[in-house]
Ligand binder design. Structure first.
Ligand code: BTN
Length: 145
């Protein structure tokens, strides 16, 4: 009796595991982070490089925020949860941000990009270099539609 009940449960578990393993993260599309910034990533080319655009919700300037270009590369990995990096060249101020991260996909297929960023602003002299770099983390989720 116990054996008869265990078989379908085991089959369902195996089905779930194989479905989860089959889900691969896909960087292409529209993403939003916890600050409200949006970015659009293009499809990867044959080398795993991509382009895109970044609309930051926050900035360390009073100038008008402009949508800025990004360029990046993905390392496909072997577990379907790729690592990647990209830089954003801000079009409205003298700084650049480099992001590195990993794309995770859960058992329901929900994708999350966990990233760490370094922002370098231009400072007038080497003596000011100590204060020119900021670091932080951003979590992006896919914007549906
Ligand atoms: C600047 O203020 O120098 C340019 C804009 C920087 C926006 C930063 S990049 C890291 C963090 N994540 C965001 O979405 N925006 C801020």
């Amino acid at each position: 009796m116990a054996k008869r009940r265990a078989a379908p449960v085991l089959a369902a578990v195996l089905l779930c595991l194989s479905a989860a393993a089959a889900r691969k993260c896909n960087l292409q599309g529209l993403w939003k982070n916890q600050l409200g910034s949006n970015m659009t990533l293009s499809a990867l080319d044959a080398e795993g490089t991509f382009t895109g655009s970044y609309h930051t919700a926050v900035a360390d300037t009073n100038k008008r925020i402009l949508v800025s270009p990004l360029r990046g590369a993905q390392q496909p990995g072997t577990k379907g949860q790729a690592t990647f990096g990209f830089t954003v060249q801000w079009q409205f101020t003298d700084s650049v941000t480099a992001f590195v991260g990993q794309c995770f996909v859960d058992h329901r297929g929900k994708e999350t990009l966990e990233t760490t960023w370094l922002l370098r602003e231009e400072v007038p002299t080497r003596r000011d270099s100590w204060k020119a770099t900021r670091i932080g983390t951003n979590t992006f989720t896919r914007v549906k539609g």
